[in-house]
Design a protein around this ligand. Structure first.
Ligand code: SF4
Ligand code: SF4
Length: 366
């Protein structure tokens, strides 16, 4: 069930320069700002230093196997959907050293771990808030707690944005995860452009968010501004490119292990693994040990792995899932069915990344 919206009091209104001041306050509190920006002709999530780094005036057009930037007719800061990356690259990086040891005489010394970065995530969409909540269940709420994830996650400040744009491959509305940010944020912005006016309606989601807002000039939102924010959200919900009917989907998938549909998809699937790498909830990884040539230094690294490779399930003598059919079936059944048995929630938040970034446009909603 979708959590009730958080409301710690009246909504505030910020002008665009207030957004810059907000980033400066976060910077001053020691946060490393990370958010959407343009690099090499596409949208990436990277470090930001000011609002000038945001992709102002740019949006996107997404379809199965297609992502294009498009110039908007208005100077929106947050006029785009999600890119190929997600916040998981910061909380659960693609490669991470787990430990490092140096030889000392007949023994060894474990070197201290790196300090966890204190992130402020700028511009987190509702689907990605839910994806963070899903990964919290995996890394923080199961029998095995991940200290590396926890160190970053506990400090992270989240500035969410409510979606007010066309979403070509997303289906968060039908998954109950968006387009409104319901919980899990410190502050949530709805960006409004009306004639000459450009402002943000800000919802407060935590005491930490309230404290940050109190440090910058803002006004209390009036009825007309709150209504404009509600209109923008309902418009976004009506502009979803896709829907997925998740009612009884677990039983449906468990009944259909041998459905011929798996063969049809497998005939197209390249086993490239893009869909898992872009998915904000996928968490599979492998562990690699290495030592330097002198034998003085040894390290253990964790890196993302994908269930589409033959090696992923290799046991002595062969792979458990030797065909694209069995690997695709495993991935999709895990996302939409067995994940619910494991973690009590769906592993899919409806962000649409796996559809956009699949080179042959295989579509989970089909
Ligand atoms: S399965 Fe696809 S749509 Fe669902 S969360 Fe992962 S990338 Fe997004
Ligand atoms: S479904 Fe698409 S993205 Fe995923 S492994 Fe197959 S071809 Fe690659």
């Amino acid at each position: 069930m979708r959590p009730a919206p958080v409301n710690l009091g009246d909504e505030a209104v910020l002008e665009p320069r207030g957004l810059q001041q907000l980033l400066e306050v976060l910077n001053g509190q020691g946060y490393r700002l990370a958010g959407p920006t343009l690099r090499q002709g596409t949208l990436v999530y990277d470090y930001l230093s000011s609002i000038a780094d945001l992709p102002r005036g740019w949006g996107d057009a997404q379809e199965g196997g297609v992502f294009r930037l498009r110039q908007l007719q208005e100077p929106r800061f947050f006029g785009f959907g999600v890119g190929q990356q997600s916040w998981k690259q910061f909380l659960y990086p693609p490669r991470r050293r787990l430990w490092q040891a140096r030889r000392e005489g007949n023994g060894f010394q474990i070197l201290p771990p790196e300090d966890a970065v204190k992130f402020a995530f700028i511009g987190v969409h509702a689907c990605d808030l839910q994806a963070i909540a899903v990964q919290d269940k995996v890394f923080l709420q199961g029998p095995f707690l991940d200290p590396h994830y926890r160190a970053r996650r506990e400090q992270a400040f989240i500035l969410a944005v409510n979606c007010g744009h066309l979403c070509g491959t997303g289906f968060c509305a039908s998954m109950g995860t968006g387009p409104r940010a319901a919980s899990g944020y410190d502050l949530a912005l709805t960006e409004i452009l009306e004639g000459e006016r450009h402002y943000f309606v800000v919802n407060l989601g935590s005491e930490r968010g309230r404290e940050v807002i109190s440090r910058i000039p803002h006004k209390k939102a009036q009825a007309g501004e709150r209504e404009a924010a509600a209109r923008a959200l309902s418009q976004a919900a009506g502009q979803m490119g896709r829907t997925l009917n998740a009612t009884d989907i677990k039983a449906l998938l468990y009944r259909n292990y041998e459905n011929p549909r798996w063969d049809q998809v497998a005939a197209r699937c390249l086993s490239c693994g893009n869909c898992t790498l872009v998915c904000p909830t996928c968490f599979c990884h492998t562990i690699e040990d290495s030592s330097d040539l002198t034998g003085e230094l040894a390290e253990r690294w964790r890196r993302w792995d994908v269930c589409y490779t033959v090696d992923f399930t290799y046991l002595h003598g062969g792979s458990v899932r030797a065909t694209p059919r069995s690997r695709y079936r495993q991935w999709l059944t895990h996302k939409l069915a067995t994940w619910i048995d494991q973690f009590g929630v769906s592993g899919c938040v409806g962000c649409g990344r796996c559809i956009t970034w699949c080179p042959v446009a295989i579509d989970i909603t089909e």
